[in-house]
Design a protein around this ligand. Sequence first.
Ligand SMILES: [Zn+2]
Length: 247
Amino acid sequence: MNAAPADQIRLLDLQAIDSKLDQLAHRRRSLPEHAEIEKVNADHIALKDLVVAAQAQLGDTTRELTKAEQDVEQVRARSARNQQRLDSGAINSPKDLENLQHEIGSLAKRQGDLEDVVLEIMERLESAQTRVTELTARLEHSTVVLTEAEGRRDAAFAEIDGEVAKIRRDRETVAAVVPADLIKVYTRLREQQGGVGAARLYQRRCEGCRTEFSITELNAIKAEPVDKVVRCENCGRILVRTADSGA
Ligand SMILES: [Zn+2]
């Protein structure tokens, strides 16, 4: 394959541009914010679940308290009715009076027990409320941390993408003047050789694979016609000769 020496040099420019684009793509993929966001997001999801569970617990305990307070109220109402009957003086039979007094006593005991239950539930309700408050605060904090990390990532994206757009315009300018068949070979080699399809021959070395050529090999390479596209014998990349190829 043949290409004018100037086009071969431009291919090195193209290679430099493509390597820069590869670096930027790599930087975009490996921003520290990615791992950070992943971790914060996992915490965030776990916290959301905990908040939902704590709110359910709070709801259950609230209903439990309402029920226990109704139980107390029922006993209190019944006690009050009994007390009224007793105070009305309408009951004369000593046996009935005794029964009524006995029931009033039992209800007082029952009311005391139920009020203890209410107190116990109120304590649990307070714990449940505290837990919801704490978890909600943590969830809000994690939202802030997540938003902040996403903001930093997006800012880094914007900066990288801006640079990429600018370099792509430069690439178009360079690629427009390099012969298409040369670009085709270069592109194929770039895919096969880890992103580097064209390398400079610099001070007897292939800059693609760092192989150092002997004087004899170097002289053979340099003896090729200037418009011949030379390939590195070791790595197969397009080897571009320049004034600094070595002697
Ligand atoms: Zn090489």
